[in-house]
Ligand binder design. Structure first.
Ligand SMILES: C[S@@+](CC[C@H](N)C(=O)[O-])C[C@H]1O[C@@H](n2cnc3c(N)ncnc32)[C@H](O)[C@@H]1O
Length: 288
């Protein structure tokens, strides 16, 4: 496994969160760390154990431990495998050089892009620095970096934060375009509210981007497999309003909130303006 990009940890996190968030998950989470070959770097395994707090188990013990998720370290990096009662969900692996996202990141992207408009990027003007306060799978952060912005990527789930860091580090071996975007991203394993509380007036980001998990009430809604897997770990971000409030009072110039099409706004206040997409939208708030 390549060395992860520097990952700053400003608080110790547990994989379990509030009672509300636990209830939103489909089952009790039982996670462990495993390697599938003997060739794996034992130092990397120890570092992962330290960062995530996950116990290390051999692959023969997955059933006996009644696990729901296994973070597997292989020669080609990290994969989160859903096992036991969640096995039907498959596995999650972040790879920014491939698939639809890989293609989007390689394609030309300009300031007329809906995300660029939501962030307030203007032709001929410098890019604002951004806090992506809901890192998740890192897709939006990379798009923002591809647009030229410096991005702090904050993810509070320690397992997802490690996967992000490892995938970004792996991605630097990819094309020069992807490498340049990745070099603009700094990953922080922390709750974004704690990160914002530590910012000084000079270090507050110009733009704060939020894309909290949205509870899908329509069971037939087509939710991407990777988001379904993510949801089993992080729940429904039921404290998103707190994060929004922290962003609004942080002193930043703009808060951008991604919402599914038809969903109510995150708070009872109207956004300054909206950028509409076919199945989602960006609500833009300009505090101050
Ligand atoms: C829907 S996902 C974001 C997807 C992301 N925009 C992408 O492009 O992949 C929401 C993520 O935000 C994280 N999150 C929610 N609240 C957070 C907070 N206060 N601080 C840090 N991360 C948070 C969750 O753990 C989850 O991984």
């Amino acid at each position: 496994m390549g060395r992860p990009t520097p990952l700053q940890c400003i608080c110790v996190m547990r994989t379990s969160t509030s009672a509300t968030a636990r209830e939103e998950r489909p089952s009790q989470i039982r996670m462990a760390l495993s390697s599938i070959t003997n060739e794996v770097d034992t130092e990397a395994m120890a570092a992962l154990h330290k960062a995530t707090g996950l116990p290390i188990v051999g692959s023969q013990d997955w059933d006996r431990e009644r696990l729901t998720h296994v973070l597997v370290l292989g020669p080609d990096g990290l994969t989160l495998a859903c096992v036991g009662p969640l096995a039907a969900l498959g596995s999650l692996r972040l790879d920014y050089g491939r698939g639809r996202l890989g293609h989007r990141l390689q394609s030309p992207i300009g300031r007329k892009h809906p995300l660029a408009r939501a962030l307030g990027l203007r032709p001929g003007q410098a890019c604002p620095n951004i806090l992506d306060a809901t890192g998740g799978l890192g897709r939006d952060a990379l798009l923002m970096a591809r647009l030229g912005c410096e991005v702090v990527l904050c993810e509070r789930n320690p397992v997802i934060a490690q996967m992000l860091s490892e995938a970004l580090s792996r991605g630097t071996a990819s094309s020069p375009i992807l490498r340049a975007a990745i070099q603009r991203v700094r990953t922080i394993a922390a709750d974004a509210r704690e990160y914002l509380a530590l910012c000084t007036p000079s270090s507050v980001p110009a733009v704060i981007y939020l894309d909290p998990m949205y509870p899908h009430r329509n069971k037939r809604a087509l939710v991407k497999q990777e988001i379904r897997i993510l949801r089993t770990l992080v729940g429904n971000d039921s404290d998103a309003l707190d994060l929004f409030n922290a962003a609004i009072i942080s002193g930043c110039e703009r808060v951008v909130v991604k919402r599914p099409k038809g969903a109510p706004g995150i708070a009872g206040v109207s956004p300054h303006h909206q950028v509409l997409l076919p199945s989602s939208r960006y609500d833009v708030y300009c505090p101050g």
